[in-house]
Design a protein around this ligand. Structure first.
Ligand code: PLP
Length: 912
């Protein structure tokens, strides 16, 4: 019974475990109260045994309360000593709930026959040192395990920066389960004698068991087993430090160790060394070079004969009129304000000290080869990357539904832009993502036109605003099979957290790049490629087939931009650029530096930089836990909405099946995570697109309230709930690593009260009111005008080659409007009439309705009937680049002629 309900907790064993301990305490308490009243306890004892049994398979994976205390709990339960059991369970539970076990220890006294008062209490230490757990994988007797704990504890020193306890498991499969369940684990010591098969009954935990691991381990020598286990663990939790302890030739082992191990120790010599290495390993992730330098600088007395009067609080400590500024922010933030780049600080534009160090730490944490901090958001990060990689005339493939920073970045770089269309979700007035077939077809068309050598970059947003996630590795492999030096920019503005969860990680740009580099180097891949390459394929077949890149010519060149501030901890505008580019040194370093200089302030904000450094530390040490909790919160929210009798009458969370058409889901799973963790893993490893469950599009068409009104009038004005994106019949709720169970509960409460009002109004409505409501619902639930595809650039902005392909010169199209006489305004009706009369209309600007927030028109783009129909039916209040009073800003026919003449001049040489 228990195991059935557990699969519904979405990997949430820590909350399941916490609930078990609380339920156990309640159950024991009921018995004790009954005993005190001399009431019968029949039927009250069973729940105690049930909770104890439920805890048995999972307690081994946590250091607290640990095997000895837990054994004592079981003994007291078995001997029906309920008062003492209550005392013990309550102490353990309190320590777990308040997390006080992190700051003290609890041990059994020797005299187990003594009175209640002699049961263990948590002994608090004064120290506030961070606490973690170390997994030891070895078959040990209980006595050996006890001695090992004591031995490792004996090395503790008062000035250690951290304190840790051990979790001991005896087998490879259990070690992997521990890694998946226990987020406190920061280091793991693998000893050679661990067993390949599980030593306990893990049936209840089958969701977390790797089905092949046991068999794989069985066929190998102890050394090989250790390597296999290390590889698996590194795949799950790459941040965890792995150590090997062996009794045989350490010197020889050290030379053969996989890079996954930090160090190898001799079992008999190594325990002090091991202790120090464990602390040093965690310290390596804990250190925040730039934050530390800034803090040290802030406390030094300085005299500033330079700019920045606010520096060190100088202009505000004696203020009469802006004291509230200091009161609100506190003095420290001003003490840390400085324009100095020396004195222990560093220059962002040419970092050689703590900033460089901090960026190197970030590269390690985010799995890149280089990482660069950006203090003006991913808007700037995207422009830096575009400018670094793209020269005038280079062709760039980009999802038209991308963030505006790409449009502007490509315009500034002078790119020839080839817009790709994502699949539309007309019913919800939003877009999905760009199918791989569309991308390959575009590349093949460019190849047929003889322009492949000019194609430089593919830019895609992963995940999309609405949570659609690409198969990043597949996209890169298939594109590189057509164009082996194509560069990729993955806009991961919303995806920085993905690195820290094993299910998400393979679909991030940096991990996919590394996996691809490793894969291309293997002999197995080469053999498979050579066989695949035997077959001649037509373009049509190349679009349909799964393509394989040539291991000899392919260069893996991948960039990711991330708004750290959107999904991890950082002050607003804190972003990072991650690079995994095999040709960075030869081809991009200089250009990247120039682009970075072009877009970066010479006075970057130190607080943002320090917060990036700290956000990185947090992600490296607790990213896994935070993301897992976020996932759980999101699933709780989804379940609470979809299972609520009243809410589900009017709204539901869009499922994967509604957001991603079946043709893109090989698994055909409509609700991957809801149908079990194994299914989620399957979908995430096979499907062209998957949904990030932490982003929840709530369909509200049946409420009769449109998305924009729901957001502002209902959620914001009445209940102070902020959301960002809406469509005509959906609102998007994004959970993040700060989303708490209470905030989920508050949102549910709010939704219930909104829906209850609607329901009451409906039941009491007059005939006329009912008609109004039904019309509103019909308007929101019937398909609106379909989302228009990209209509194309006017030929004046395309190259006049014999083989026309759709890319356009956005820079020329943009700057033509700087001469106002080139532009005129057309009202919707006038534009419709002009098109109907066979005229051509060319946009002079970006027109972006919000929602959905993508440009329906870009400079140089021709108007189409579909676009005008869409705009005519649009009921969103905000349309950037369009003023309904004066109409669309478009190019005059004369201006288009000028552009045609310019084109003729520009391409005169190439036409000859
Ligand atoms: C896909 C995408 N890329 C880039 C950005 C810009 O990020 P930032 O706000 O960090 O400048 C956004 C902002 O919403 C975005 O949605």
């Amino acid at each position: 019974m228990a195991s059935r309900s557990r699969t519904r907790v979405y990997n949430s064993w820590w909350s399941y475990r916490a609930d078990c301990w609380s339920r156990l305490e309640e159950a024991v308490n009921r018995v004790v109260v009954a005993q005190r009243r001399d009431s019968p306890i029949d039927g009250l004892v069973e729940p105690i045994m049930e909770q104890c049994t439920a805890l048995v398979p999972i307690e081994q994976f946590w250091a607290f309360p640990g095997p000895e205390l837990f054994a004592r709990v079981q003994e007291l339960a078995a001997s029906a000593d309920y008062p003492r059991l209550l005392h013990l369970v309550a102490s353990i539970n309190r320590a777990l709930v308040t997390e006080s076990y992190r700051h003290g220890s609890m041990a059994l006294r020797d005299n187990q026959e003594a009175s209640e008062d002699d049961l263990p209490e948590l002994e608090h230490s004064d120290s506030d040192r961070p606490y973690f757990e170390v997994l030891v994988v070895d078959t040990l007797t209980p006595e050996q395990e006890h001695d090992l704990r004591e031995e490792m504890r004996s090395w503790r020193r008062a000035d250690d920066k951290f304190v840790y306890e051990l979790v001991v498991v005896g087998s490879g499969p259990e070690a992997l389960v521990a890694m998946r369940l226990n987020a406190n684990i920061q280091a793991c010591v693998i000893r050679r004698r661990f067993s390949h098969g599980s030593l306990h009954d893990l049936t209840d935990l089958d969701e977390f068991i790797d089905p092949d691991l046991s068999a794989e381990l069985a066929d190998h020598t102890p050394d090989e087993r250790a390597q296999i286990l290390a590889r698996r663990m590194a795949r799950e939790r790459p941040e965890v430090d792995l150590y090997l302890m062996t009794e045989v030739g350490v010197e020889e082992m050290a030379g053969r160790l996989s890079h996954h191990f930090r160090r190898v120790f001799h079992a008999r010599e190594g325990s002090l060394d091991l202790h120090q290495s464990i602390l040093a390993g965690v310290m390596h992730r804990y250190r925040t070079p730039f934050f530390d330098a800034l803090r040290a600088y802030a406390h030094r007395p300085t005299g500033a004969f330079h700019a920045l009067p606010i520096s060190q609080g100088k202009s505000i400590v004696g203020t009469h009129w802006i004291r509230d500024m200091v009161g609100f922010y506190g003095l420290d933030i001003f003490l840390a304000e400085t324009s100095a780049t020396g004195g222990g600080l560093d220059s962002l534009l040419e970092p050689t000290g703590p900033l460089r160090d901090a960026q190197d730490c970030a590269a390690e944490t985010f799995g890149s080869r280089q990482t660069f901090f950006v203090t003006n958001g991913t808007s700037t990060a995207n422009k830096i990357v575009a400018q670094a990689l793209v020269g005038p005339g280079d062709i760039v493939l980009v999802d038209r539904n991308c963030h505006q920073s790409h449009h502007y970045g490509l315009m500034l770089a002078g790119a020839q832009v080839s817009y790709l269309d994502a699949y539309p979700l007309n019913e919800f007035a939003m877009y999905g993502a760009v199918p791989i077939r569309e991308i390959k077809q575009r590349l093949l068309d460019l190849r047929a036109a003889g322009k492949l050598d000019r194609v430089r970059l593919l830019m895609l947003t992963n995940c999309t605003f609405d949570g659609v996630v690409y198969d990043v590795g597949r996209v890169m492999e298939e594109c590189l099979a057509i164009k082996p030096d194509l560069v990729f920019l993955w806009d991961e503005a919303w995806w920085a957290f993905a690195r820290f969860h094993p299910i998400y990680r393979p679909r991030t740009g940096m991990r996919a790049a590394r996996t691809l580099v490793e894969k291309l180097r293997t002999p197995e891949y080469r053999a498979a490629y050579e066989e695949w390459d035997q077959t001649e394929r037509s373009d049509r077949e190349l679009v349909e087939d799964r393509l394989m890149p040539d291991p000899d010519t392919t260069r893996v060149r991948v960039y990711s931009t991330q708004s750290t501030h959107k999904t991890l901890t950082s002050l607003r505008q804190g972003s990072m650029i991650h690079v995994h580019d095999q040709d960075f040194a030869q081809k991009s370093r200089e250009a990247f530096h120039e682009a970075y200089m072009a877009h970066t302030s010479t006075s970057p904000n130190y607080q943002i930089l320090a917060s990036l450094d700290l956000g990185r530390r947090q992600a490296a040490l607790e990213g896994f836990e935070l993301v897992q909790r976020q996932l759980e919160s999101a699933m709780r929210l989804r379940d609470a909405i979809d299972n609520h009798p009243l809410l589900s009458k009017y709204m539901h969370c869009l499922s994967t099946a509604e957001m991603i058409p079946d043709e893109y889901r090989e698994s055909h799973l409509a609700h991957p995570l809801r149908s079990g963790l194994h299914n989620m893993i399957r979908a995430w490893s096979t499907d062209e697109f998957v949904m990030d469950p932490t982003r929840i599009s709530l369909y509200i068409g049946l409420t009769g309230i449109d998305g924009a009104t729901f957001k502002q009038a209902e959620l914001m004005d009445r209940f102070n709930i902020q959301i960002n994106k809406t469509s005509r019949n959906t609102v998007l709720f994004m959970t993040n690593i700060g989303t708490s169970r209470s905030s989920v509960a508050y949102l549910i409460e709010v939704l219930v009260s909104i829906v209850r009002e609607i329901d009451e109004r409906k039941s009491e409505a007059s005939r006329a009111e009912t008609i109004v409501f039904e019309r509103a619902v019909a308007r929101l639930t019937n398909a609106a005008a379909p989302l228009p595809d990209f209509s194309g650039f006017h030929e004046a902005f395309r190259d006049p080659s014999e083989h026309p392909t759709p890319e356009g010169d956005v820079r020329r199209a943009f700057f033509l409007s700087y001469d106002d006489t080139n532009c005129e305004y057309l009202l919707q009706a006038e534009a419709e009439a002009k098109l109907a009369a066979g005229g051509t209309i060319v946009s002079a600007t970006y027109v972006t309705p919000y929602p959905p927030g993508f440009p329906v028109l870009v400079p140089g783009q021709v108007f189409s009937t579909a676009i005008l129909e869409y705009m005519g039916a649009l009921d969103t209040p905000e349309v950037h680049g369009y003023n309904p009073v004066v109409g669309y800003r478009v190019y005059t026919d004369a201006a288009v002629e000028i552009a045609m003449a310019d084109r003729a001049r520009l391409y005169a040489g190439s036409e000859q």
